[in-house]
Design a protein. Sequence first.
Length: 149
Amino acid sequence: MRLSHISNLKSHISMRIMAFDYGTKRIGIAVTDPLQIIATGLDTVHPNQIIEYLKKYMQTEPVERFIVGEPKQMDNTPSQSAQHVRGFVNLLKKTFPDIPIEMFDERFTSKMATAAILQSGAKKSQRQDKGLVDTVSATILLQGWMQKF
């Protein structure tokens, strides 16, 4: 993209897209920049704190769309955690009814995140940080969604 094209987009797009790697113990969160060009890991939050976290975040950063990782098995059927993800999606819909939610296949994101952390030269303690893996997984999920569109 040429810089002139990006500056023209700036007046049209100024909201972030947020992605979630949902887990019953932790939710990895990633966001785009306001121009929706780059995906960046944001945080890892306990499911009981996610709505409070999102309300606080969105007081200063507008979010246009939520992308939620869709857990699937290799045969494309829902995995065991799919029911928990559906509950999370319903909570998002109820709390933020004006923000569209899209599901996106999350298969292999955790393995890819672990490999990326390992390749980055992270210390052993960082590689074992499950919160970091969840945040990187959400980032990979968001990057995959962005590449598709």
